[in-house]
Design a protein around this ligand. Structure first.
Ligand code: FAD
Length: 338
């Protein structure tokens, strides 16, 4: 581990000024960050310990006042500060009562100990968990290398990897919470060092590997996430989340799905269906959404939506099992809506 200095930021402006002093124009996600923001620190310190980044300075944004608030209003919806922990979200009754799929996603993420430390900002900005990407010995495409080790049909250990949009990189975004956030049409509020604020839909926050292999989100070095905002659901909106893992105790997702449906009796008026651990970023299944819209919520239509979602799947040599897995959890989550 390299030596680094530690800076305790007291405000957003203070944190951004510090990074301004240290970083010229390097990208936030460069592996040689001059400075890095740390919130819960779980992902940041994994990177430092594994020698994947060598920051000169770690800027602790965890104690900045005002970023740890959850508020709900029936008209304006839900606002969650970027430093709110997953544990605080798990016990919030507004999230449980109005955004069930998000509540379920949080309770299935990581372990109680990790949820006590992890913040929402850090969760959506964490890097992927592909074991080749996380290994200092493997220079893959994402680290300016010349190959994807996972893709190789014989030697690639790709059983957990992407089955959709996997043309350039086959990693999976690690945030299963983003699956539910995106299904609720959440937006991310970001501030830059000039004090300018922007609000970006989660759909536009993530960057597909095909768009830019070096990036997983649009976040730049001199930007801080301040909050995540979810619109208020209508009174007929129902939701459900399912995460399939390999073992009974905590685990990373093999496949997860969040379904948010506006109902009219037993009919689906509109559907928002997002898959996690299917593609390098959380994946909105327009195919499944279209298959459900204006249809009755029943077994036949749920199965048709699951088939439609998987029509774009292109499994790798060792992860073909994910196709039936997704079909099963997508149809089950839709049927739970009734
Ligand atoms: C064993 C294990 C299992 C896990 N399982 C799951 C799971 O099932 N589902 C899931 O969703 N997650 C899971 N996680 C992720 C975990 O819950 C954390 O959310 C995640 O590791 C990072 O959160 P953090 O607050 O510690 O972020 P940090 O490590 O502090 O930061 C992560 C990244 O975000 C940046 N960052 C942090 N806050 C901000 C901000 N406000 N503005 C701009 N940039 C910011 C940092 O610079 C860094 O690059 C797991 C982690 C582990 C170790």
């Amino acid at each position: 581990m390299n030596k680094f200095s530690w800076y305790e930021a007291t405000s957003i402006e203070d944190a951004l000024q510090q990074v301004n002093k240290t970083v010229s124009e390097e990208l936030y996600q460069s592996t040689n960050n001059a400075a890095v923001f740390k919130s819960g620190g779980i992902d940041v310190f994994d990177w430092v310990k594994e020698g994947l980044i060598n920051p000169q300075k770690i800027i602790n944004i965890r104690n900045i006042p005002g970023l740890d608030v959850i508020s709900y209003d029936a008209k304006d919806g839900l606002r969650i500060g970027s430093n709110v922990t997953l544990a605080e979200m798990a016990s919030n009754s507004d999230i449980k009562n109005h955004y069930l799929a998000l509540h379920q996603a949080i309770n299935h993420a990581a372990t109680p100990q990790l949820r006590n430390m992890s913040t929402l900002g850090g969760n959506i900005a964490q890097r992927n968990r592909c074991w080749y990407f996380r290994s200092a010995d493997h220079q893959c495409f994402r680290k300016s290398g010349d190959r994807c080790f996972a893709r190789h049909s014989e030697t690639g250990e790709n059983e957990n990897h992407a089955i959709i949009d996997n043309g350039s990189c086959v990693s999976l975004h690690a945030s299963s919470i983003s699956t539910a956030l995106m299904a609720f049409n959440a937006s991310v509020v970001i501030v830059n060092s000039k004090g300018e604020k922007k609000k970006v839909l989660m759909d536009d926050f993530f960057v597909s590997a095909g768009q830019d292999i070096a990036m997983e989100t649009i976040l730049q070095a001199k930007e801080i996430i301040t909050e995540i905002v979810l619109p208020a659901p209508s009174k007929n909106t129902k939701s459900y989340y399912i995460k399939q893992v390999a073992r009974e105790s905590y685990d990373w997702s093999l496949g997860d799905v969040a379904v948010v449906i506006e109902t009219s009796g037993d009919t689906c008026k509109s559907a928002s269906i997002v898959l996690g651990a299917a593609a390098p970023v959380p994946y909105r299944s327009v195919q499944a959404q279209q298959a459900m819209e204006k249809k009755s919520i029943n077994n036949t239509n749920a199965m048709a939506a699951a088939e439609a979602a998987m029509s774009v799947a292109r499994p790798l040599s060792k992860n073909g099992y994910k196709v039936p897995l997704f079909k099963s959890i997508i149809s089950e989550a839709i049927l739970k809506i009734t």
